[in-house]
Write a protein that binds this ligand. Sequence first.
Ligand code: 13P
Ligand code: SF4
Length: 302
Amino acid sequence: MASKLPARITKLKEEKNAIILAHNYQLDEVQAIADYTGDSLGLSQKAAQTEAEVIVFCGVDFMAESAAILSPDKTVLLPAYNAGCPMAEMITVEELQNKKSQHPEAAVVCYVNSSAAIKAESDICCTSSNAVEIVESIASEKIIFVPDKNLGNYVASQTDKEIICWDGYCPTHHRVTAKDVDKVKEAQPQAPVVVHPECRPEVVKTADYVGSTAQILEFASKSNAETIIIGTEQGLFYRLNQANSAQKFYLLNQGLICQNMKLTSLIDIAEALENLQHQITVPEETRIKAQSTLDKMLELSN
Ligand code: 13P
Ligand code: SF4
């Protein structure tokens, strides 16, 4: 028997004047009922523009926090209250303040995968799709880049600016090794290897294309390759397969699954809408500062 949950969610969504936003790594059934599925940049843009009263954010906590920062008059819900991002938790405000005092002349760029408090301590935010462009837009020649060292190293390889990387990383993308790329290139020499910049530098260096989840989708839709090797989280396969039925996609490493991104279920979404839970809010003083870092990024990316 087909699940009644999608119909229940649609009804609740209308009753509550809600929009469902889902990240590209969410479970297939969650992506299927979402109003919009995208990468971190696209999701921030949607959250900032929506006229819905309620935003149901199917992703991890920093994403819902960004929506709450950008749309303070909306009710922002995180259906899976315990969905966090281990990388975002690899830096504290105190640690960032210490780093800033060691390099007072440096500007701070924070990856969107960070808490509201870290965003509030930073000069400008970036996502994986615009990190190079954002760093290049800054007047300062010295940049403290937090918290992802892999994305920071990727940016450093694309710019002449001095990048001081924080030592954080995404445990999921960090699992991919250069050996995985060598093996797959030997087995499938014709297939382009496409990776997310959260992968290690030695993986990024040998890949044929590097991009955010939305950029990887765009690459696949423009590519004539019959087979493409995907070096990012497995959830992206839902949209890759939907949009490109003639192509075959293989995961570069079977460990490319983020457990936090898989926590949100259809039941969680229905309950979130029914009970308006779990509401994400940011203290106003932090929110105002964090909004400025996000707004600067959005202005440069629109
Ligand atoms: P993007 O969708 O922006 O590429 O983000 C990847 C990611 O790891 C989000 O947690
Ligand atoms: Fe965080 Fe990595 Fe999961 Fe994205 S994929 S939420 S960066 S742990």
